[in-house]
Design a protein around this ligand. Structure first.
Ligand SMILES: [Zn+2]
Length: 97
């Protein structure tokens, strides 16, 4: 259940849990009993780190909106050019037969 923030004119702010959409516009202050008006705050949308949140978002989005590509993928049986190393030391590494 979400937390709703209230502000008493004389005391401090306080938060109360209500079911979504059922919070009243004002509540009696728990300290002095005066009516405290509901305060509207920015929602806490993301508590995850931004990279984790981006991964979750893109995974969910890919279910209904697949990524648009500008060219077809590599043909079967061909090696993608990006995997070929230009480092001369890699020629000395053992190779599969
Ligand atoms: Zn008060």
């Amino acid at each position: 259940m979400p937390l709703y923030a209230y502000r008493c004119a004389d005391c401090l702010d306080f938060e109360v849990q209500f079911a979504m959409g059922s919070a009243p516009a004002s509540l009696p202050c728990p300290a002095c009993g005066a009516p405290a008006r509901r305060r509207f705050t920015a929602p806490n949308l993301s508590r995850a780190s931004s990279s984790a949140y981006r991964l979750i978002e893109s995974t969910q989005r890919s279910a209904s909106e697949p990524a648009v590509v500008h060219s077809p993928g590599p043909q079967p049986g061909t090696r993608p050019a990006g995997n070929i190393s230009t480092n001369p030391l890699h020629r000395k590494l053992p190779r599969p037969d």
